[in-house]
Ligand binder design. Structure first.
Ligand code: ZN
Length: 202
């Protein structure tokens, strides 16, 4: 099982980090050891002092495919949920400055919070609103309507390079409003108004 993540897929988020808006989807990966499932807590690791939350819609692939045309890409989506792409922003900034790969800032253990999957069919072709609640307050409020590259374009693009297999996940990028996590925080993900995950920082 592979976990793909997309960077800078919302204009306002690219702006808040002073990044240019990409012309092609920016793809990176996390290993399966990054998954944090079943509302388990996240233990703040010692290697970073500035871990940020990034709430993202996550799609699960339901069919094997390669060189998928955008017009058929929706057939490869089985389920959707929300997750958090936890990012060690301090490490990431240092690595970016040196032009180095950023796995240790993005793909460390438990850096991929994952919610409960919902069938995709009811949303097919519709925009999906989603929110991240931090300690009872909404800190990120997005809709897939604001994505630079929609689900179909992402699936088509990734499948030019990687064979997609059943169960592969795509974290589709975060809207604006990212920020640091603190020990004691509680986060909840709301997908179209329904809670799909909660996690506490310890
Ligand atoms: Zn992200």
């Amino acid at each position: 099982m592979k976990i793909f993540c997309i960077g800078r897929n919302y204009v306002e988020h690219a702006k808040e980090l002073n990044n240019p808006v990409p012309k092609q989807p920016m793809v990176f990966m996390k290993p399966d050891t990054a998954l944090l499932l079943k509302n388990r807590p996240f233990f703040y690791p010692e290697f970073s002092q500035n871990i940020h939350y990034e709430v993202e819609v996550v799609i699960k692939i339901g069919k094997v495919g390669k060189y998928i045309e955008p017009q058929f890409a929706h057939k490869y989506i089985k389920e959707v949920t929300l997750g958090i792409d936890l990012t060690a922003r301090d490490l990431q900034s240092q690595l970016k400055a040196k032009g180095h790969p950023w796995e240790i800032a993005k793909a460390f253990d438990n850096s991929a919070v994952l919610g409960t999957f919902q069938p995709y069919a009811p949303w097919k072709g519709k925009d999906i609103p989603f929110q991240l609640e931090k300690n009872g307050e909404i800190v990120q409020d997005g809709t897939t309507a604001d994505m630079i590259f929609d689900f179909s374009k992402l699936i088509s693009h990734i499948s030019q390079f990687f064979t997609l297999k059943i169960g592969d996940l795509i974290y589709t990028g975060t809207p604006e409003g990212v920020g640091p996590i603190t020990i004691g925080d509680e986060y909840k993900g709301l997908l179209d108004g329904q809670e799909v995950f909660s996690t506490r920082i310890k």
